[in-house]
Design a binder for this molecule. Sequence first.
Ligand SMILES: C[S@@+](CC[C@H](N)C(=O)[O-])C[C@H]1O[C@@H](n2cnc3c(N)ncnc32)[C@H](O)[C@@H]1O
Length: 329
Amino acid sequence: MPTSVDAAMADDRPAKQAVRRGMWLDALKRRASTRSGEVPLYVTLAGAEGRDIDMMVDEGLIELTETGAIASKSLRTVIAIESNSDARSQLLEKFYGLEVLPDRFESLIRGDSQIRYPTGRDIEVWRSAVINLDLNQPLVIEQRGDDSVACGLIENVVKIATIQRSTPQEGGWSLLLTLHGALLVRDAEERTKVSRALAHILEVNFAASSAFAERFVGLTGAQPDADWLEGICTIRGTDDDPATEAHRQLTLLMLVPKLIVDRTAGMGWAISVTESAHYGGQGDAPMVTWSIDFSPTSSAGTSGRIASALSSVGNSVSLIEVDGTKVAV
Ligand SMILES: C[S@@+](CC[C@H](N)C(=O)[O-])C[C@H]1O[C@@H](n2cnc3c(N)ncnc32)[C@H](O)[C@@H]1O
């Protein structure tokens, strides 16, 4: 397990700064210029240092008072969620007046069941124009039944998309998502079943979008059949094989937005992955990150929306080098 010092250093590495100053700032500036003042601009897992909030201050998206507190006109601009009490205290000391919700974001959205939804103030959080789930955790996939798989994080995103769709902002919203570049399963038996289910889902997606199929194979260098996917999944508690770290990252870069598109395009969202990147690995934590735009659309035809969203999944994929340089892949 990384210590809090490791985590703080990881959040300050040049590659992470490049994600903040590139992908995140771009989404924040775009949404700041179009959002209605009724919804918060930004909800974030800001961490103890709140480096993304620092960046917003530098860029004039948030105003501070002379004493360093959040100015009253910016109080509704940003909401932080922080489940760790030490990190929360540090964050509040740095940004006096910042709204920091002391929960796990999963609790704030009432878990991954599609039956219970937040109410009152808690629902407002998920109507923010930019939602940043900056996580150090891998994608955990579970087998449900013989042929299907489930992933709590994807279910959380589905809930956010549902809440946003119930009172859509004209321009829509953006999801910023960062994960540790690993796909975790419980045991060998689950790995076989999850790999089979994922191979089947990918086959369907390949038929829906040849652009997605070509990009997937081009990036990963493989036809993702069940055997190949078994090599991508990591069993909880075992070590990753560093030789396939980059393959895992590239597979996740294609797989995660695809899982989101499958579950949300039918709600009437036009979805576009505006940017995705991988960084770290070879000693540093391997990370994967996306910026995904959701715009409300009344166009009929879920299959057309899925095909168009899938074709955006492989656009603008980059590798961010150790020094923060971005290289298209
Ligand atoms: C990667 S750090 C955030 C870094 C920050 N966004 C930045 O730009 O430097 C993630 C933070 O979220 C908190 N966190 C992790 N999982 C969480 C969860 N499920 N709900 C709420 N907070 C969480 C951690 O304690 C940590 O402080």
